[in-house]
Design a protein around this ligand. Structure first.
Ligand SMILES: Nc1ncnc2c1ncn2[C@@H]1O[C@H](COP(=O)(O)OP(=O)(O)O)[C@@H](O)[C@H]1O
Ligand SMILES: [Mg+2]
Length: 280
């Protein structure tokens, strides 16, 4: 079966920094793939090159049968790749329902004439959009938030709305950038269960970039490990990754470097968390 995503030798430079170097991997259709790696290893950049926000310096990216390496960002979205961001970006002036509807506009652009004259076609599409957005809010379990404004939500609620916006168009591939960042343990469980249902019930291929290693380990069938822009592990099971001494060293090495920079023997709580996660 054709893989959902195929990366071959993907590289990208920022000035003198080589953020990704020769990254090759395949993600089968329907898989829930985790991507882990220390801070600055290139995880977000990888999502940015897949969603075609950044042009690659070398290599190729395929989405099912299409070579999307040079496609514009909106074309990739229209062909079924949706994403969330490390920093949640909702439109505060819009309601939750309207924010979720934005996810449909990304994939079904309407002409300015249709919008300006509110043609019957436009009104029909708009009604369908409202229905789809409501269904998605129900799927995510936040239909009671439909009329709230973006800035009235808690961090955890914002994450759920952002994920709803990314799945309302029923993407083929969903890219999630640290969806558990900054959430309490209870909220992490909610997000985790939602990701599992998006993959299992909707059949969406999911690429989960995440710093909370326990989440990735419990959720993902396969995990890729990025270190300094290169794939240290292309695709391992959670136990293979956990037992790989190179992976532990990459995480522990970063925690040690930071604690040296901080000038003391103790790392920050965050560093300690990473080191503990790597051992977990
Ligand atoms: N737009 C950019 N301009 C310059 N450097 C960037 C840019 N985006 C990422 N980088 C650099 O690329 C490397 C990888 O960053 P990133 O992908 O954000 O890492 P991660 O998400 O794994 O923490 C870092 O060294 C970062 O500073
Ligand atoms: Mg990142």
């Amino acid at each position: 079966m054709t893989p959902a995503l195929t990366l071959e030798g993907v590289s990208i430079n920022f000035g003198g920094i080589r953020a990704l170097e020769g990254v090759s991997c395949e993600v089968p259709d329907g898989q829930l793939r985790g991507i882990i790696g220390p801070n600055g290893s290139g995880k977000t950049t990888l999502l940015n090159v897949i969603s075609r926000i950044y042009p690659v310096s070398g290599g190729s990216i395929r989405l099912f049968d299409d070579d999307i390496t040079r496609w514009p960002n909106h074309a990739v979205a229209r062909h079924g790749v949706m994403r969330t961001y490390q920093r949640v970006a909702l439109v505060n002036q819009l309601t939750v329902l309207e924010n979720v509807m934005l996810g449909l506009h990304a994939t079904r652009p309407q002409s300015l004439l249709d919008i300006a004259f509110r043609t019957s076609g436009y009104r029909r599409v708009e009604r369908e959009s409202v229905d789809r957005a409501r269904e998605t809010l129900e799927f995510v379990g936040i239909e009671d938030l439909a009329d709230r404004k973006g800035d009235e939500l808690s961090g955890g609620q914002m994450r759920l709305v952002e994920i709803a916006r990314a799945v309302v168009s029923r993407p083929r591939v969903l890219l999630l950038d640290e969806p558990a960042a900054g959430l309490s343990l209870v909220r992490i469980d909610e997000v985790s269960e939602l990701i599992r249902r998006i993959n299992g019930e909707l059949g969406v291929t999911v690429i989960l970039v995440e710093h909370v290693l326990n989440l990735v380990m419990s959720l993902c069938e396969r995990i890729s490990v990025l270190v300094s822009g290169q794939l240290l592990v292309e695709s391992g099971t959670p136990s293979e990754v956990q037992e790989d001494p190179r992976v532990r060293e990459a995480y522990l090495g970063q925690a040690r470097a930071r604690s040296r920079q901080a000038g003391g023997g103790e790392g920050t709580a965050h560093d300690e968390g990473e080191a503990a996660d790597a051992r977990a």
